[in-house]
Design a protein around this ligand. Structure first.
Ligand code: FAD
Length: 294
């Protein structure tokens, strides 16, 4: 699955009017049902089973030129989200002026065991339906969410994991990096390669530098910037074979014997990396079974 999941696209108005009106009414009905799903408080984690929950926005913070951190309260301050590593939340909303609910997944980036709240990092896309709506929210507004399982992470199944992210595809990787490093039992080594458009898009660099400092030999992050500023210390251009080799990810190195590669980025990036014949990973010598896409 590529990061921009076509299945989550909102319906368009190109269908005949009757069909569109029918879809709109059905959509509104479903939305109303979602929005009124119960938020019963209990000792159970909020998303321990499939179901929709409305969460109240507690605060927002602009963290770079196009990304906001949104902090949502869980119904009870002592409850945890119950989400597992790399899982995401399907958001449902009815942006102003729209007839049909918009559904898009987002990946919480805070410690999943921390009670009381979840945090999303949402990149704003020009004219993007859900990202524009989420960026417009004020504290006290609510959004409805349901859990979506992600990649099933098993500690120590691989000695080394390569995480290759593009743009906002960093969020599941950040969640996974934190989850692996916080688990004292998990000894997996992690190399993260993040491809972005400009230096200003690297909004988690301080967090990653701190993790490199705290976990030397376990975690390393490198960045590839397509349009770098003058003097940028990062790789210039896209995530190429040369970038991955320089990051120590050539599969013929002894330490990469059982490396697993996880990829999360826009469709064009995933295609360039994963094409079975011409893709960067195939050229490096990775087998399809070593690669997984979010
Ligand atoms: C499992 C999963 C987890 C995700 N987690 C996050 C997250 O934590 N944070 C986050 O910001 N996003 C995340 N996304 C992406 C998110 O779900 C939406 O696709 C994104 O916010 C755009 O939705 P939109 O309604 O604003 O844009 P749309 O209305 O769908 O599209 C508007 C415009 O933006 C372009 N566009 C849309 N998505 C992308 C993209 N990913 N890359 C490049 N161009 C794009 C479209 O081509 C179009 O021109 C995740 C996606 C998946 C599949």
């Amino acid at each position: 699955m590529s990061f921009r999941h076509p299945g989550f696209g909102a319906a368009t108005m190109s269908t005949p009017l009757t069909l569109t009106a029918g879809a709109a009414i059905a959509g509104l009905g479903v939305y109303a049902w979602y929005a009124h799903s119960s938020n019963t408080q209990s000792d159970m984690p909020v998303f321990s089973s499939f179901g929709f929950r409305s969460l109240r926005l507690e605060s927002t913070e602009l963290i770079n030129h196009n990304t906001k951190r949104l902090r949502f309260e869980l119904p009870d301050r002592t409850q945890t989200s119950g989400l597992s590593l790399t899982s995401s939340l399907l958001s449902v909303s009815l942006p102003k002026g729209r007839w049909i609910p918009v559904l898009r997944p987002y990946t919480p980036v805070n410690d999943l065991n921390e009670p009381g709240y979840i945090e999303l990092m949402v990149k704003l896309y020009p004219h993007g339906k859900q990202s524009t709506h989420l960026h417009s929210l004020k504290p006290g507004d609510t959004v409805t969410f349901a859990p979506i399982p992600g990649y099933h992470w098993t500690p120590n199944q691989h000695s080394h994991v390569a995480l290759i992210a593009g743009g906002a595809g960093i969020t599941p990787m950040y969640q996974l990096v934190q989850g692996i490093l916080r688990n004292e039992e998990d000894k997996t080594r992690i190399t993260l390669v993040w491809g972005v458009n400009t230096d200003d898009d690297i909004f988690l660099q301080d967090e990653f530098s701190e993790l490199e400092r705290r976990y030397p030999g376990r975690f390393k992050a490198v960045y590839a910037v397509s349009s770098p500023r003058e003097g940028s210390p990062h790789f210039t251009g896209r995530v190429t074979k040369e970038v991955l080799e320089a990051a120590g990810l050539a599969p013929n190195r002894p330490e990469n014997k059982d490396v697993k590669v996880l990829v999360c980025g826009p469709p064009v990036m995933e295609k360039a990396l994963k094409n079975r014949k011409t893709g960067v990973l195939a050229q490096l010598g990775y087998r399809p079974d070593q690669i997984h896409s979010f």
